[in-house]
Design a protein around this ligand. Structure first.
Ligand SMILES: NC(=O)c1ccc[n+]([C@@H]2O[C@H](COP(=O)([O-])OP(=O)(O)OC[C@H]3O[C@@H](n4cnc5c(N)ncnc54)[C@H](O)[C@@H]3O)[C@@H](O)[C@H]2O)c1
Length: 335
């Protein structure tokens, strides 16, 4: 099988590349290395079935080069992370809306199938106990940059669905809920790697707002195989599937658990949203997925516990720091 991945040098993309190569695929990646890092591909760069193209999804010629002769495409390239979206609203909108349109057109012309990576952000402020795929979307003002990610991804889904309906494009959609794991960076507002990095460095863990907002974190190694299985099933075309974690935790409890588990000396400090982000920032109080559809469809049943996630991410950060000779100072022991 020939697979192509946009955004394959990103956090999830790097794991997907390794998974597909292990399955025996030929894999080609297109990435502009904006938030992605070439180090995410270190393990595969010399693999005989791997090819990397540096380029932008807004460039149709580059996307054509990626999809030519491929059987399937995983579209992961996007402007991701609240900080990035708030700081670069226009470029983010162009990447997340027009970029996806370019990919849809190129995949249609190439006769390949497509898996589109969408997000739980599309549900916005819906705090339901169990968000299923039909749940209503409750978004803030269109003029608040924070919501443009959710708005753009919603448009992407609608685009994909229309290409399926009107042109017969073989496209399925997954909505990822706070996917975390090794190699994710905290640079663009991702909470788990950021808090773990602070705990390892003995710095205060910065919890935004009152810390009582909750999330369900899912582990990248649980999510990536499910993405692939969904991409392989023709019954998924034209449809959408949640892929999230099953354990709900507040950000304050997450910070406390990280300190405890990593035996860190750090304290927790609260940072008002106005200081953490631009004025008028709104957060979701709660985000709980219903994974029932993906469970019934491909047996999605995430097994990695939050403690295992924290330990694995901390181990990865220590390893990376050692490699860079940065020498993170911490007396943490992880059993
Ligand atoms: N990590 C999560 O929790 C999460 C949650 C929901 C959805 N998603 C979706 O999963 C996908 C991957 O996210 P991630 O967490 O790996 O983020 P990431 O930032 O690590 O990956 C995105 C990749 O896209 C690349 N990219 C950005 N703009 C590009 C452009 N114009 N042309 C080419 N490449 C470009 C970046 O360099 C990066 O490698 C995204 O579509 C994101 O919306 C992620």
């Amino acid at each position: 099988m020939k697979s192509a991945i946009t955004g394959g040098a990103g956090f999830i993309g790097g794991h997907l590349v390794e998974h597909l190569l292990a399955q025996g695929d030929e894999v080609t990646v297109l990435d502009n290395l904006s938030t992605g890092r070439i180090e995410n591909l270190d393990r595969v760069m010399d693999h005989p079935r791997f090819r990397f193209i540096e380029g932008n999804i807004l460039d149709r010629a580059a996307v054509d080069q990626l999809v030519k002769g491929t059987d399937r495409v995983f579209h992961l390239a996007a402007a991701v992370g609240v900080n990035l979206i708030v700081e670069n609203p226009l470029e983010s909108l162009r990447t997340n809306i027009h970029g996806t349109e370019v990919v849809l057109d190129a995949v249609l012309d190439a006769g390949a199938s497509l898996l589109l990576a969408s997000t739980s952000e599309v549900y916005g402020k819906n705090t339901s106990d169990s968000l299923d795929e039909e749940a209503d979307r409750i978004l803030g003002s269109a003029l608040k940059s924070r919501w443009t990610y959710a708005a753009a991804k919603g448009i992407d889904e609608a685009f994909a669905h229309s290409y399926w309906k009107e042109f017969g494009l073989r496209v399925a959609i997954v909505r990822l809920f706070n996917t975390v794991g090794p190699r994710q960076t905290g640079r663009y507002g991702m909470v788990v790697p950021r808090l773990i990095k602070q705990a390892l460095a003995g710095e205060p863990l910065t919890v935004f707002g009152d810390g009582l907002q909750t999330r369900c974190f899912s582990y990248v190694a649980d999510v990536v195989p499910a993405m692939t299985k969904i991409a392989e099933k023709p019954q998924a075309y034209g449809d959408v599937f949640n892929l999230g974690g099953s354990y709900e935790i507040s950000i304050l409890s997450l910070a406390q658990r990280i300190i405890e588990l990593l035996d860190s000396t750090s304290e927790i400090i609260f940072v008002p949203y106005e200081e953490a982000y631009a004025e008028g920032y709104e957060d979701m109080r709660r985000r709980v997925p219903n994974n029932g559809k993906a469970h019934a469809f491909v047996g999605f049943d995430p097994q990695t516990t939050l403690d295992e996630i924290i330990i694995n991410v901390a181990d990865d950060q220590r390893r990376a720091a050692q490699e860079q000779g940065a020498g993170i100072m911490v007396g943490a022991s992880v059993n």
